[in-house]
Design a protein around this ligand. Structure first.
Ligand code: GLN
Ligand code: ZN
Length: 781
């Protein structure tokens, strides 16, 4: 008898019911009871679906109204003081959402915003899911402050389903907290474990026999302190007498595995999709009674599982450890994949069978389990069908386009280098562009107004045709250009009205990349994204942005930037094929972007910006793998951008991350100008840039576009001055810290006026300073 397990199911609902309910609740259109009832229904449907697929270990507490790390914070009462929680009762829903979203409380007399800041958000390991970062006070005490885990266990039990509750493990919780180096202190750990033990005891008393404890920090580099914390935690948990399945995912545990296997736990889950390296040691050293959960179905990507190959692998494992201890599972929670591929009626019919979303993956788990328990013949049809589809996929011309394959084969080193170095290039560029000192520009997008969105919906619904859509977008671009001229910006943008999303826009136009209609995956809270699927050779068959860029440039004598998304970012924000290396797919994307860059240049566009906001996110979890990643990421960016003449100016833009630890790689990308988010960290980045002697031109984001507050001219001037004190003034640009598409025009116009005003002020000042120096020189003669 082999068992099946699931580690987590998408919470948001196929129709994004949770999103709708949350947003209605936040805007007071539905009551708390109504919200909770939607949530209950989603959980019920998920449980029943898993039961129908004969999953033996069905998770509970994998659901969350916002985020599972936030849930853990409330479970242990780690609520920062500013949220005003009494500490006496359970954390209520208002406090919960206040932590998640913050609140604006009006303005103070000097115009500054009074607000309660939300918790920070950051990426959940190497996924595109964002969790709320726990903030622990210096003297943090923990207390049991939410019974969600027990309540949901009982909720399922009432439906007749005995679940395996999921908890984020205590060490990973501390590891993910802000400033985690001090977070592992013994006293703090004791207090935290006390709460965990209370919860586990309650679960045991409620009738649970297993609990799934997620410790994904095991995929990272851990120090001795962490090891000690693990020992301490799991020895304590052992005393409670509940079976613990310790789960790790998103990679191998490597050197951590040998001591993890010595912990007093009853089961261990390994990611056998991304962490195959762990298998051998695990099989060799698995203690006699320990269960083994084999994560063989990819929970982090959309591809169909090679069932036959996995059956063979599972049979081997069963032979070594005995079938009774074996559990078939997805590599990680299925929350990172869309829900149901059957709903995708517009997907390329050749590609669709290659895919398995969450619902299909449940089915795969059940087929694999049957193959081992009942025997292969019981699922012979399914295995044969799967073999056939995979065979088709392997030999499909969509996978291997000869043109692309040959181009990749024939890449030569010259294609990765500009001809001259930056100092000579910038001179040639300046001869053409004739820009003033401290050139002003924006990052690309302007407000995506209701009208723009409506127009796109009409095009999608075929209520208007493409010609009508084009006319409407051109009108937007026209308005954007005149407005920027009026404000006095030096380098203009067309405003990106035609783009829903900076990756999806290109995905729709590239061969080898599919977009879905319903493939929503939670990004954070109520926000979902539909990541494109890169399934084959990436090929640009015609220009993607040329028309809009040319049109915009035809309206003005000032330079308008061509605007593209970079290869690394497209890769990072897509589901990527798993039959070739990520870097090879990235090279294909780079060639597509390179071709577009070439077309723009030939059409007379003098400045081209290639955005790479996601380059930092691709950094591997293990330090030892980082250099190799940065190496190919930089190479791909250069392949995309280095095909131009030296007089063409290449810009890039980065945001959403702290870049302090990869500035050398950024310098190696050799963009002529980079605009980079810096305003929230109060220009800390500048010191880092100075330290590495950043060689090219740079525009540190001078105001925070994430805030609705309009910055004053003086404020911006002060920031500009501090930038000018650290960086060479003649290499300094003036720009906001990201695109303006989420803002309203009411905020954008005054903010840009202030920015241009501040730049003008500083130019005058700089002019005076230079004249002053000149004066002194003359006096000295
Ligand atoms: N050019 C894009 C914009 O302005 C860049 C967005 C981003 O960095 N995320 O919207
Ligand atoms: Zn940005």
């Amino acid at each position: 008898m082999v068992y099946s397990a699931n580690l987590g199911y998408p919470r948001i609902g196929f129709k994004r019911e949770l999103k709708t309910a949350l947003e209605s609740y936040w805007s007071a259109r539905i009551s708390q009871d109504e919200l909770l009832s939607v949530a209950r229904n989603l959980r019920k449907n998920n449980w029943l679906l898993q039961a129908r697929n004969d999953i033996d270990y069905i998770p509970s507490n994998d659901f969350s109204l916002y985020d599972h790390v936030l849930d853990t914070m409330t479970m242990v009462g780690a609520v920062p003081k500013r949220y005003g929680w009494s500490g006496a009762d359970a954390v209520d829903l208002q406090t919960y959402f206040l932590m998640a979203r913050g609140q604006t409380l009006g303005e103070t007399t000097n115009g500054a915003r009074k607000e309660t800041h939300a918790l920070e958000m950051t990426k959940w390991f190497n996924t595109n899911y964002h969790f709320m970062v726990p903030e622990l006070e210096e003297d943090q005490k923990f207390s049991l402050a939410s019974m969600k885990c027990v309540d949901e266990f009982l909720e399922a039990k009432n439906l007749g389903i005995l679940t395996r509750p999921v908890l984020l493990g205590p060490v990973s919780f501390l590891y993910l907290s802000k400033g985690h180096s001090f977070a592992l202190e013994a006293k703090r750990l004791d207090s935290l474990l006390h709460v965990y033990c209370q919860v586990l005891t309650k679960l045991r008393d409620a009738g649970a026999d297993w609990v799934q404890i997620d410790e994904p920090c095991l995929t990272g580099d851990l120090n001795d302190k962490a090891l000690f914390a693990f020992e301490k935690s799991y020895v304590r948990f052992h005393e409670i007498g509940l079976n613990v399945m310790l789960t790790n995912y998103f990679g191998a545990m490597d050197s951590n595995l040998h001591w993890v296997l010595k912990l007093p736990i009853q089961g261990i889950h390994l990611d056998l999709v991304n962490g195959m390296g762990d298998l051998e040691l695990a099989l060799r050293s698995l203690p006699p009674q320990m269960c083994f959960s084999a994560g063989v179905v990819d929970g982090h990507n959309v591809w169909r599982t090679d069932l036959s190959a996995r059956v063979v692998q599972l049979e081997n494992i069963a032979e070594k450890i005995g079938p009774k201890r074996l559990i078939v599972a997805p590599s990680c929670s299925l929350m990172h994949v869309p829900i149901d591929v059957d709903a995708e009626v517009e997907l390329d019919a050749d590609v669709k069978p290659w895919l398995a979303f969450a619902a299909q993956k449940l089915r795969e788990l059940s087929i694999l389990t049957d193959a081992l328990t009942v025997g292969k013949t019981s699922v012979a049809d399914e295995l044969a069908k799967c073999d056939e589809i995979l065979q088709q996929a392997r030999s499909s011309p969509l996978r291997q386009n000869d043109v692309v394959v040959n181009r990749i084969k024939n890449l030569d080193s010259g294609m990765y280098q500009r001809q001259k170095n930056f100092v000579d290039r910038i001179r040639e560029q300046q001869n053409k562009l004739n820009l003033p000192l401290l050139p002003t520009t924006t990052i690309g997008s302007f407000p995506q107004t209701k009208e723009i969105r409506k127009c796109r919906q009409q095009l999608r619904a075929r209520k208007i045709d493409f010609e009508q859509y084009k006319v409407a977008m051109e009108k937007e671009i026209d308005t954007n250009i005149s407005l920027q001229e009026k404000i006095g910006l030096d380098v203009l943008v067309h405003g990106e009205p035609e783009r829903t999303d900076m990756v999806e826009y290109f995905a729709e136009l590239l061969n080898g990349v599919a977009v879905t209609q319903h493939g929503w995956v939670q990004s954070y809270g109520s926000r979902c994204v539909r990541a494109p699927i890169i399934y084959g050779s990436v090929l640009r068959t015609e220009p993607m942005t040329l028309h809009w860029a040319k049109f915009a440039q035809s309206l003005t004598s000032r330079p308008v930037k061509g605007m593209l998304t970079g290869p690394v970012t497209i890769l990072q924000w897509s589901f990527v094929r798993d039959d070739q290396k990520r870097e090879d797919t990235c090279l294909e994307l780079a060639l597509a972007v390179r071709d577009e860059v070439g077309d723009l240049e030939r059409a007379g566009i003098k400045i081209i910006q290639i955005d790479e906001p996601a380059v930092r996110e691709g950094l591997p979890l293990r330090r030892s793998e980082r250099e190799a990643y940065l190496d190919w990421a930089v190479r791909c960016f250069k392949l995309a951008t280095c095909g131009v003449k030296d007089e063409t100016q290449i810009h890039t833009h980065m945001c959403y991350s702290e870049f302090g630890d990869m500035l050398e790689a950024i310098a190696a990308m050799d963009a002529d100008v980079i605009s980079i988010e810096a305003s929230r960290s109060k220009m800390e980045l500048l010191d880092d840039l100075k330290d590495i002697d950043y060689p090219n031109a740079i525009g540190p984001g001078i105001f925070d576009i994430h805030s609705p507050r309009v910055p004053s001219e003086d404020e911006i001037a002060a920031l500009l001055n501090s930038a000018a004190a650290v960086l060479a003034v003649d290499r300094l640009w003036v720009n906001p810290d990201c695109g303006l598409k989420t803002r309203s025009w009411k905020e954008v116009v005054p903010a840009l006026n202030a920015m241009v005003g501040a730049a003008n002020k500083l130019r005058l000042h700089q002019g005076d300073a230079r004249a002053g120096q000149l004066g002194q020189a003359i006096d000295a003669r």
